[in-house]
Design a protein. Structure first.
Length: 154
């Protein structure tokens, strides 16, 4: 599978994973779908920016860890399928990882995997969908060598 991950870092206050890490995590999440090629855009932002986006698109006037914006576009001329945009707030991720006593790198990996699954149409609004999504996230995270994100083990 050919995968492109475009990264735009719009803040520099916190540790940001490398391009190779983002690519590895996206590849792992995308390996569970039939696409032959895909493009994901990742934007790393500060708390003010994520709060504004969360307010504008979700009606929630507070910072959040990550937002996913799926695209319904067709394949690009080169055959790549742009599946959408992921916006991540590095400072929120760092705070949440500390509060949950999770390794920062593993938490970044989980949030990117989680977001890519949203771009592919998965959701966790209903309990049945949530179970399916969480099970797949756990499987992917363990394939990547990270601990189960929801505390369960297989």
């Amino acid at each position: 599978m050919a995968i492109t991950v475009d990264i735009n870092v719009m803040c520099d206050d916190f540790w940001i994973p490398s391009q190779d890490q983002f690519l590895r995590w996206a590849e792992a999440a995308l390996a569970h779908n039939p696409l032959k090629s895909a493009e994901v855009s990742v934007c790393i932002v500060d708390t003010d920016t994520i709060q504004q986006l969360n307010r504008d698109y979700r009606g929630k006037d507070k910072p959040t860890n990550v937002l996913s914006f799926p695209q319904d576009e067709h394949h690009l001329p080169d055959g790549t399928f742009p599946i959408g945009d992921v916006v991540i707030c590095s400072s929120v991720l760092e705070s949440e990882a500390k509060a949950q006593n999770k390794p920062l790198e593993a938490y970044w990996a989980h949030m990117l995997v989680h977001s890519v699954l949203h771009l592919l149409g998965m959701d966790h609004v209903k309990s049945r969908e949530a179970e399916k999504m969480e099970s797949l996230e756990t499987s992917i995270m363990q394939e990547l060598g990270y601990p189960a994100p929801y505390g369960e083990t297989e």
